[in-house]
Structure formats: C-alpha cells, structure tokens
Design a binder for this molecule. Structure first.
Ligand code: PLP
Length: 499
C-alpha cells in the first residue's frame, strides 16, 4: 500500500473526534474565563498574602474555561470511557470486578497523611498497613509480606531478584541460569526472568490443559533457578499435579514462584504456600479491589517463606516492643528499595478495607461465586455456538474461540457496538483465536444471560453478513484503528484543526 492510500492515524482519529464535536479543553478556552479563583483571606487576595517574590513571572499554560465547560469536558470524556461501573467487562486474567464505593470512602480518610510525617503521628495508617501485611501472609500461606511493589509485574521482579539473591548467598548464583515458564504464561513472567538476567525455558501445555509433567521434569536440572507458575493457570484450569511439580522443582534446588493474578479463583479456600510455592505476588487491584485498567494504578505485594525473608525489599513495617508500628532499620541483605515511602498507600488501604469488610467467609464466597459464574458462562457460550478450548470444569475463567472461519478480533469489535466490553483476546497464546473470559463474582445471573445473548447475536450477525464483522465497531467515538499504521507512521503531536 502506498503512503497516499494510507491516512496518518493521528489525524484520522482527530477527525473523528471533531466530527463528534469533541474539542480539546484548550480549544474550549477563551481569555478571562475562570472555573476557580484563589481564595481571599481576611479581605486580602492570596497574591498579596504570599508576597511578590513567590508569584510566578509567567502565568502557567492552563486552559481558561468556565466551571461548566470544565465539568462537561470531563463528564463527556468519562462517558466515552468504558468502565466496570458502566457495564460488564469480563476481561480474562485482569479480574475487572466491581469495586465497592465504600472502600473509596475509606481510602479517602487517609488522603491527607504525608509520607514525611513522623511515625508517631501516622500510627493509624501504619497500623492498617501492618495488619494488611499479616492478612496477606495468612491468605497466601506465606511467612512475611512486603507491600512495596507497585504492580504485579513489579512484584514479579522483586520475587525473581530475591530468588537470585538467595542462590547467590548459597554460592549457586553462577550455576543457576534458567527460569522455567509454561507456554501459556502471562508475558510478564518471561519478561521478568529475562530482566533479572535469566534464560527462559518454556515447557508445553499437555492435552488436558495443564503443565506437561514429563516435559517439565525433563527441563529441570541443577541449572534451574526458579519455576514461575500461576494456579489456576491462564487457561483457567487448576494444576492438579501442583504438589508433584513443587516436589520435583525443590528436588533440584529450584524455587517455585506463584503469579497471584489468578488468586480470585481460590482466595479463602486454598493457599499457594500450602501448594509448595516459595514466593508469591498478589495483584491487589485485581483480587482485592481498586479501579484499574489503562495501566494503573496497581499494587503487587510479595510474600515469601522464611528462607527468603532476608531479601524482601526494604523497608518492611515492623511492630516495636512498645506496640507502635514503623519502618524497620537497616537490613543489608534486602534486594533494596523498589518504591518510594510505604508503597501505593491508597490501594493498600482499599485492600485492607475489602478484606476486613468480607472476612474469611466473605472471601470464600468471592472465589465460590467467581468459579460458579465462569462455569455458567462457559456453558452458555458453548450453547451460543462457540468452541471451548478445554471443555471441563474450570476455575474463575475459561478460554473459548469462535467457530472456524470467524475472527476473534471482529467479534470483539462487534461487542463494543452493544455497549459491552470484549473478553481478553488472543491470550493465552497456546489457543488459536483465543477468547479468555472472566466474568468475576460481581455479575448477576441476569447480566451473564444478557452477555451470552449478545455473544450469540454477534456470532449470527457475523455468519450472516461478513461485512458486519469487518466494519465493526460502528457506534463508538473512534472506529477500528489501523494498528499497523499506528506503529509504522505514528502521529505524535495533536494539531488544532483549522476552521
Ligand atoms: C495482570 C497479570 C500480571 C501482571 O500484573 P500487573 O499488575 O498488570 O503488572 C501477571 N500475570 C498475570 C497472569 C496477570 O493476569
């Protein structure tokens, strides 16, 4: 295709926004308009109180808009944004559950605490964090937890660096060069291993959808530093041979890493620590509430068995003899700091509130309902004409695909026109045209039925008229993007359209 046939992507997208009369906030601005004014204190304007020397010479480059313009701008933007508050969002692996608003309220109570405040005046929030450390340790079956990492992938890096430090301390750092990941692993697992300097060896998925135990045993040896697994795995299937896997890994001196992104399936019922895992990360934003998507905000605490505790990222929160909570002193064996201050405190408080609201019984109900909902939707999708990759009882998610001849991408785009979010598509890589569905525990049976009905409808539409599939989405503010063009000929600067 010649460049002239290929409109630059950014301009194309900007045109569509303009068609839908959606200007940038700077384009809504007019000189002299104000949404807020600096306060007047005792009759004196702020500028006077501050003194000339504290005023900036040039005004900041902010848009001058009235309050109503400002409110409309962000309200309209919010309506273009897809969110779990708007409709069902069964994005496999990412656990897009409803985040109860009461936990936002709790997190807001702590918004004025400053990280440089002295510990004595911040005992409330520090106690919450220390309790969360303990709760997460008992939920995962681990001995010690650090709240530092700022995402699941960040927790993975912490975990693999700890494993490296452990092997180095035993004088085996040189010898152990390999991290084993299954072929269905989330991309962050091999990426983490490689960032930490390891070679990645992939083991295949067996015909039952679980790790192929013979191939796994064959890959093990004295050169293996770690095995990274998630259980249930990315096909939503419980690894029933996990105890044999753990035993075989430990027999060659390797450490077993648990990717906790799928904890929603087992929370309150089974613990990675009891399955033989040495390190886990949790995605608090997935399992324990926090609105997420679009890259943040996340929190990925890591928990370890006692033999790895010396390497946990600093600082840990410790309970002092006088009953107060504070950051520990120096711990030279720590892998170092991974994040400033105490971690992503707002998310940590949300997770604490979520766990304390539900209690153990409530957490058990989370995993029970998550698994029940996923199994129900699997059967409904099969009835609607989809193929199920491993059609057996699954955990909190499952992998489907469309009948031969139809493309997952087309069907996913068609779903957008019905105002529902697609499932995760083309992951895991081991299933062709994969559709990975995770309804979570927070959707009702009526919503699951409605979603299954839409899935059936788009399948029939795509079979009846291929152009319907190919042209979708039709009703979204931006239609199908040219992803190749976006990569090859990116337009990185927005230009104000000429009248
Ligand atoms: C989400 C996810 C990760 C990465 O977690 P982030 O918090 O997005 O960094 C790792 N593994 C699996 C299976 C996941 O679903």
């Amino acid at each position: 295709m010649s460049p002239s046939q290929h409109p630059p992507v950014g301009v194309d997208a900007a045109d569509r926004f303009r068609d839908a009369s959606f200007p940038l906030i700077f384009e809504r601005a007019a000189p002299g308009r104000r949404a807020a004014r600096p306060p007047v204190v005792d009759g004196a304007p702020m500028a006077e109180l501050l003194g000339e020397e504290h005023l900036r010479a040039q005004p900041p480059g902010l848009p001058e808009v009235a309050e109503l313009d400002l409110v409309r701008h962000y309200t309209q933007l919010a309506h273009r944004q897809f969110s779990i508050d708007g409709n069902v969002y069964p994005l496999g692996s990412c656990t897009m559950k409803y985040n109860p608003k009461v936990h936002e309220e709790v997190a807001k109570r702590f918004q004025d605490v400053h990280p440089y405040q002295d510990e004595a005046s911040a005992q409330g929030v520090l106690t919450v964090l220390a309790e969360l450390q303990d709760d997460l340790a008992s939920i995962t079956g681990m001995d010690t937890v650090s709240l530092q990492p700022a995402a699941g992938a960040h927790g993975e890096l912490a975990g693999i660096l700890m494993i490296r430090a452990y092997h180095e301390a035993k004088g085996e750092g040189e010898q152990r060069r390999v991290v084993i990941c299954p072929d269905g692993a989330h991309g962050t697992n091999p990426a983490t291993a490689s960032m930490a300097g390891y070679d990645v060896v992939e083991v295949p998925t067996g015909p039952d959808g679980e790790v192929d135990l013979d191939a796994f045993r064959a890959a093990l040896g004295p050169n293996v530093a770690a095995v990274m697994l998630t259980n249930p795995n990315t096909l939503g299937l419980f690894e029933t041979r996990i105890l044999a896997i753990a035993e075989a890994a430990h027999a060659v001196g390797a450490q077993l890493y648990y990717d906790g992104a799928n904890l929603n399936a087992i929370v309150g019922r089974a613990r990675p620590g009891d399955m033989g895992f040495d390190v886990v990360h949790l995605n608090l934003h997935k399992t324990f509430t926090t609105p997420h998507g679009g890259g943040g905000p996340g929190t990925g605490p890591v928990g370890v068995k006692a033999h790895l505790a010396p390497y946990l990222p600093a600082p840990l929160l410790v309970r002092r003899d006088d009953g107060s909570v504070g950051a520990e002193g120096q711990r030279p064996t720590a892998i170092g700091r991974l994040r400033s201050h105490y971690g992503n405190v707002g998310n940590l408080v949300r997770a604490w509130a979520y766990i304390r609201t539900l209690g153990l019984e409530g957490l058990r109900r989370v995993s029970t309902m998550a698994v029940l909902n996923a199994n129900y939707l699997r059967v409904r999708m099969r009835e609607a004409g989809y193929q199920i990759a491993f059609d057996r009882v699954n955990m909190h998610e499952f992998v489907a695909r469309p009948p031969d001849g139809l493309k997952t991408l087309d069907l996913a785009k068609m779903l957008l026109d019905y105002g529902v979010h697609p499932m995760t598509v083309y992951f895991p890589l081991v299933v062709r045209e994969a559709m990975m569905v995770e309804p979570t525990e927070t959707e009702s049976i009526e919503t699951l039925d409605a979603y299954a009905a839409v899935l059936g409808q788009v399948l029939r539409d795509a079979q009846r008229d291929p152009s319907l599939a190919h042209d979708a989405p039709r009703n979204t503010p931006v239609r199908r993007l040219d992803e190749v063009g976006a990569a090859r000929r990116p337009i990185l600067r927005y230009q104000v359209p000429q009248a």
